[in-house]
Unconditional design. Structure first.
Length: 100
């Protein structure tokens, strides 16, 4: 079964790769990336090998807009050369929000 056949969510693909930024959760690093396609659950990016080493070991923010107003918390789920697949994750809920 191909990668595309496993997808459950419809993806929006960009004709020209879209410039975006990956930022560490703790803010200690950030790197430019190119966004190829995106869905509600994840995205495909092109990154440098230096970024791949960092991104594969931890969660990070995908800054979708240049000003950072639109971002998603993510984790890398696959790598093929300089292309990676990421899955959007939800931050753990605080105990006060769970009781509401």
């Amino acid at each position: 079964m191909s990668m595309r056949e496993k997808r459950r969510k419809k993806r929006v693909a960009f004709d020209n790769w879209y410039d975006t930024t990956l930022v560490a959760i703790d803010g200690t690093w950030s790197h430019n990336a190119k966004l190829h396609d995106i869905s509600d659950s994840g995205a495909k990016l092109r990154i440098s090998s230096e970024v791949a080493e960092r991104a594969c070991n931890e969660e990070f923010f995908l800054m979708i807009t240049p000003d950072g107003r639109v971002s998603r918390r993510a984790k890398m789920v696959w790598k093929d050369g300089s292309d990676i697949g990421i899955h959007f994750v939800t931050a753990p809920r605080s105990p006060s929000r769970e009781k509401s």
